[in-house]
Design a protein around this ligand. Sequence first.
Ligand code: NAP
Length: 492
Amino acid sequence: MVSRVISLDTFDFVAFGGTGDLARRKLLPALYQRDRAGQIVGDTRIIATARAHMTSEAYRDLARTAIETHVKAGEREADTLDRFLARLEFVSVDVTGETGWDDLGLLLKPGAERVRAFYLATSPDLFGVISAKLGAHGLITPETRVVIEKPVGKSLASAKVVNDAVGQVFEEHQIYRIDHYLGKETVQNLMALRFGNALFEPIWNAAHIDHVQLTVAESIGVEGRGGYYDTAGALRDMVQNHMLQLLCLVAMEPPSSLDADAVRDEKLKILKSLKPINESNVGTLTVRGQYEAGASAQGPVPGYLEEIGAKQSANETFVALKAEIANWRWAGTPFYLRSGKRLAQRVSEIVVAFRPIPHSIFDGSAGPIQPNQLVIRLQPDEGVKLQIMIKDPGPGGMRLRAVPLDMSFAESFSGRNPDAYERLVMDVVRGNPTLFMRRDEVEAAWTWVDPILNAWASTNMLPRSYRAGTWGPSAGVALIERDGRTWHEDGI
Ligand code: NAP
C-alpha cells in the first residue's frame, strides 16, 4: 500500500526546549521523516531555542546526532539529512527574561499567511510566560499555533491556571494540547474500525459488550524522571490524559463528521458521564501500587524508592480502576483501566470483551465457548485481533476452539509505520486540531480525577507494594476477578 503525501505550504516551526529530551528523541526525528517524505518543502525553517548558548552550526551537530541515534539507519540518506539540517537555526532565549526575543523575531519570516508553529517542549510552568512573551514581542500572527505538551496541570485548579495563561494570548483554536497517544495509527484505526465498518456499531453497546479493558503497561522504571514522577504518579501521568482519551474514543457516540469539534464534543460527553469515584467507593473501585525490587528481562532491578533516592513515598507507580459510564449505551458495562511501571511486559492495548452466546447448540464435547474479544494493540506490534470460535479442523466430531483473526500492521503494510509525533506535528501545521485536546476536555478529565486523588489522601489509601516485573499488586487482579472477569493475557 502506498501512502499519500501532501506537501504543506512553507512554514516556520519554533521549538522551545529545542535541546531537551523530547526535542531530540521525538521532534527532530519526526520533522526529519516528514522532510524525507517530501511533506516539508521550500524555505520552511525549524528554529530551536533554549537558554544554552550555541551557534546554529553547533545545533545542527546536535540534531545530526539525535537523528543518527533515533532514526533507523535504512531511513537516513546523507543528502536528505543535509537538506533537513540546513533548515535548522538556533537562538538562545531565556524565556523568563527579555533577551533573545528580537533575534527570534528577526528569524521568523514576515507575512500574515505563513504558518508559525510554536512548540513548547519545556517544563509546563513556562507555558504561560512563553505565551505572554510571544504576545508582548508581537510574534503572534493570524496563522500562528501553539503546541503545549503534557502535563496540563496537576489538578483542575492548576490546569485552569495553565489554560488561562495560554488563553490570555492565544485563541482556543490556536492551542494544540498534544496527547501523542491520539497520533498512533492504531488509535486512529479504532475510529476507522468503528465508523468505517457496518459490522461493529450495531453491537457496540452494553447489550453486546460485557466489559472493556484498557492497559498501558511499561516494563521500565522512572528512568531518571523520578523528580517529576514522584509529584505525579500513575493516575495523573497516564490515566488523566492518555487512558481517558482512549476510553472516550471507544465509548463516544458516532460524531457527525471528523471535524475537530464534532469529535471533541462527543468525547466531552463521555468524560462528563463518568460516574464519580470519591471517598464512598474509592476503596472498592481503585487500587494503587508501588514497585519494590524485582527483576526485568535484563536482570535484577531496584525498587521505586531506591530509584528515586527516597526513604519513603506515598506515590503510586501502578493504578487499576473500574470506571462506569452513566448513559444508555454503556450502563452495566464497566471499563477496567490499569497502568503501571516495572510491570511484566511493555504493552498498551484495548480489549473489547463481548458477551457470551445466549444459548449453545453444542454438547459438552465441543469444549468451552469463549466469548468474542476484539483486541486493539497500540504497542508494541500495533495491530487488531478479533478472537472468534471455529471448528477444530479434521475428524473427531464438533470440537470448537478460539482463533484470532489477526491484522498486524507491520505485516499488512509494507510501508513504515510513522511515529505519532510525525502525524501530530503535521496536523498542527495544516491546522487540524481533531487529534488534540480541547480545554474543556482536559478540565472535564481533571474534574473526574481530582476526587479520586482527594479520596486517596483523605482515606489515607497508600499504595500496595508489588515486585518489579509482575503485573502489579494482587489487589489489581482482584479488582476485576471479583466481578468474574480476568485481565487479558497476551497470545489469544
Ligand atoms: P528537558 O529534557 O528537561 O528539556 C527542557 C528544555 O527546556 C531544554 O532544552 C532546556 O534547555 C529548556 N529550558 C529550560 N528552562 C528554560 C528557560 N528558562 N528558557 C528557555 N529554555 C529553557 O525536558 P523534556 O523531557 O524534553 O520535556 C519537555 C516537555 O515535554 C515537558 O513539558 C515534559 O513534561 C513533556 N514531555 C516529555 C516527554 C519526554 O519523553 N521527554 C514525554 C511527554 C511529555 P536549557 O536548559 O539550555 O534552557
